[in-house]
Write a protein that binds this ligand. Sequence first.
Ligand code: HEC
Length: 118
Amino acid sequence: MQSNRVYRLIVLTAASFATLALFSALAAGANAPKGSETKGRAFYRQLCKDCHTKGAKAGEVSPLTKTQAQWRLYFQKGKHAGGTEPLTKFMDESKLLDVQVFLINHAADSPQPETCGK
Ligand code: HEC
């Protein structure tokens, strides 16, 4: 009888910890600002490629234009067109984060370089 109770207590405690771990993992995931590469590619094609196609005045820009470190720095500064305007002129911060993830993941020195030709 007594050992049965102890057993139940142990199972209950373990279950509580498991639930707690699950919830904190979910909460951490929700808080961590992680961009989506897939969305980033779409935003990039929609909103950046308008001006940055081959032969365009603004010059062709693709993930290959910079290295991963250079893209990181570029978005850290957040300035566009020779530093004359903020990148947020084109899209909000969360979309920019997606675009940043896309560009970094396919930069010139990335494992999967991509031109994103259009
Ligand atoms: C309205 C047209 C337009 C749009 C949209 C646009 N750009 Fe540009 N971009 C320019 C022009 C103009 C320059 C300056 C070219 C030069 O100095 O020769 C430029 C320059 C750049 C450069 C070269 C470095 C610099 O900042 O001078 C990069 C990288 C760049 N753009 C990335 C992007 C990204 C990423 C997006 C989308 C978030 C974007 N651009 C959207 C017009 C545009």
